[in-house]
Ligand binder design. Structure first.
Ligand code: GLA
Length: 622
């Protein structure tokens, strides 16, 4: 049993803070791509609505004499937008800073929008503030993938009449902060017990340091945060087109992998096993899926039609994955997510959009009888060997726990389910580790596999004492998992760094926003022994045969596919790390030695990353 010795953890934390202040590789004025205080510069922002007036004005300023004033707004979304993809590259992380104010009380948003590979405009909020004073949006991270176009960042105010002011706008390349290389790998440390994994989002791919942490500690199982959810996979335009071309057949929802593509490619290149998340859920699922004519305003369809739609949807998801990414190892799927209330009852019927927490599945089926067909179809269409899970939160609350247990036993008797996903979104005050352990014990008696699928532990107290308490809780939870490890195949954290977490204000993860390990990391390492089979030393492979060879055709293009991307860094790192499954072509090997110094090693990877971050020019790749 791991005994987290508090004193030791405090000492470790203190030592680590003292000796491992993150070394920022790049920062400062050199990395500024664009800045304006709206003093004498041409205004490069444009109005989103096309009717707003944008002008430098002295009416309200944060610094200097002028700020950008946006007037004549007639919609909440009207405001200034800045085109990013002229200046910025895909898969590189940037930061936006600005001071923003609205004329009177309003919600201010800094957001991003782009056209995805299906030609659909996508929007995502990056930061918000409320009030009528000047707010600073400071170093807000922004990035995009290589299959999107017309990428803008923009400011808006919820009130559609007030003026909106922006000042001191700065766009920079995000600093690259090295991770702590000397830490023990969590994946390795727990490898005798279960796989360690993480939830990840598209935007994380653009942060080299984030991905270094993933590779080092969480590389055994990956769950996409949003990209395989129904709202991203269901393709309305293609579904309507199918209906039109097939005599009005409104039973065959069409699907797309456009949102998941970058992550799927990453998992393909790195051989990372994936948990598919999620097929059937009341949330992040469009209403049109359940409505006549696939129209949000249509009537709810009946159960018979929904069963056909469900079967086709599940069939289509597995078919598109097989067709487009046959070699990505999606070893598990959350077939149904969050079907029970804490009492163990089904959710209330209705649209989750109309009232959060309602279930359109229950609206159509009348109860939770949609669960069994979902598993039946998943079993029918998933590749042989795929493990199927029911996944839920508050899974340790008695009413819900009993309902999950009963449902799992029923499905198990029919051979439809392989495991239970315990999301494990916890707080230092609830549940107790003992309560968590009671749930583990109960689920273990089903004989099904258990996965901890979305582990994070929030704390409102972010002082040193608060982080210590959080560390103790993490230690107790991991203790319980080790104790039940015969029944647990994976522990998946819901993210890596606090700043990227969905509950970031309550710092729920093992690493902070500067990629440094928190007391919680040390707590779950303390007392664990590295299995003998794992070699902890990192080796740099220098290929002596390279030096006298001809010049590289395209330095940096490690996979020799004619483009230089983050995939090349990933491949190079695996090669350097002596991954025996990796073979570089002759040209790829030459291209990999891109720092001009003999041998392929970590310096080449750093050099390539600097190029991808826009910090050195292509001519600097040799
Ligand atoms: C639930 C879902 C996850 C995610 C979290 C919030 O746990 O299963 O996919 O949406 O909520 O981040």
């Amino acid at each position: 049993m791991i005994q987290y010795r508090k004193l030791l953890a405090v000492l470790l934390t203190a030592t680590c803070t003292a000796i491992s202040m993150p070394a920022i590789v790049t920062s400062g004025a050199d990395d500024v791509l664009y800045e304006t205080g709206f003093e004498n510069d041409e205004i490069v922002f444009t109005g989103r609505g096309g009717t707003e007036v944008l002008e430098a004005s002295t009416e309200a300023v944060h610094s200097g004499e002028y700020a950008l004033c946006v007037s004549e707004r007639s919609q909440g979304w009207h405001g200034p937008q800045f085109l990013l993809d002229d200046l910025c590259k895909p898969f590189v992380e940037y930061t936006i800073s600005a001071w923003v104010k609205s004329e009177w009380y309003s919600t201010l948003n800094l957001s991003m929008e782009y056209t995805d590979s299906n030609g659909i405009r996508q929007y995502m909020n990056l930061k918000s503030a409320q009030g009528d004073s000047w707010f600073e949006f400071s170093d807000v991270k922004v990035s995009f993938t290589d299959d999107v176009t017309n990428v803008y960042v923009y400011f808006e105010a919820s009130d559609n009449k007030c003026k909106l002011y922006v000042d001191d706008f700065v766009l920079k390349a995000a600093p690259i902060i090295p991770i702590q290389d000397d830490l023990l790998s969590l994946s390795d440390l727990y490898s005798e017990h279960f796989m360690i994994g993480t939830g990840i989002m598209n935007s994380n791919l653009s942060s080299p340091s984030f991905m270094d942490l993933v590779k080092k500690h969480f590389d055994r199982s990956m769950t996409f945060g949003n990209e395989l959810k129904p709202e991203n996979v269901l393709d309305l335009n293609a579904t309507l087109a199918y209906m039109e071309q097939n005599d009005g057949d409104d039973t065959n929802p069409q699907v797309t992998l456009s949102a998941a593509r970058s992550l799927l490619k990453y998992c393909q290149a790195t051989n990372t096993p994936v948990r598919g998340h999620v097929l059937v859920w009341h949330s992040q699922t469009p209403d049109w899926f359940f409505k006549e004519g696939f129209s949000d305003s249509g009537e709810w369809v009946d159960k018979e039609k929904m069963l056909v739609r469900m079967e086709n949807y599940i069939k289509n998801v597995f078919a598109i994955l097989e067709a487009e990414y046959p070699d990505v190892n999606i070893y598990a799927w959350d077939v149904v997510n969050e079907a029970f209330l804490d009492s163990g009852d089904p959710r209330s019927p209705g649209s989750d959009k109309a009232s959060s927490g309602q279930s359109a599945w229950v609206k159509v089926f009348g109860d939770n009888s949609f669960i069994e067909p979902a598993f039946t179809y998943a079993r029918k269409y998933a590749p042989a060997g795929t493990k199927l899970y029911y996944n839920d939160f508050n899974e340790y609350i008695e009413g819900k726990m009993n309902a999950i247990y009963q449902m799992a036993m029923d499905l198990k008797a029919k051979g439809l389910i392989d495991g239970i996903g315990m999301q494990s979104h916890m707080d230092v005050t609830f549940p107790s580790a003992a309560q968590f352990k009671t749930a583990l014990a109960k689920y273990a008696t089903t004989g099904l596999d258990i996965q901890i699928t979305e582990l994070d532990i929030t704390t409102k107290d972010t002082s040193a004492a608060g982080l210590e308490k959080q560390a103790q809780m993490y230690s107790d939870i991991m203790d319980a998992c080790v104790e039940y490890s015969d029944h647990i195949s994976a522990v998946v954290f819901w993210g890596v760094t606090d700043d990227q977490s969905w509950r970031g204000n309550q710092v729920p993860l093992l690493f902070d926003g500067s990629f440094q390990a928190k007391p919680a990391y040390y707590a779950i390492v303390d007392g664990m022994e590295m299995p003998d089979i794992i070699e902890t030393t990192t080796t740099t492979v220098t290929n002596p045969s390279i030096s006298d060879q001809p010049d590289a055709k395209m330095p940096g293009d490690v996979n020799d596919d004619g483009v230089i991307k983050i995939d090349d860094v990933v491949l190079m790192n695996r090669y350097i790390g002596e991954d025996t499954t990796i073979e570089l072509s002759e040209a790829g090997l030459l291209n990999a030695n891109c720092d001009g110094i003999k041998g392929v090693d970590a310096d080449d990877a750093t050099h390539l990353l600097k190029y991808l971050a826009g910090l050195i020019a292509i001519e600097d790749l040799h």
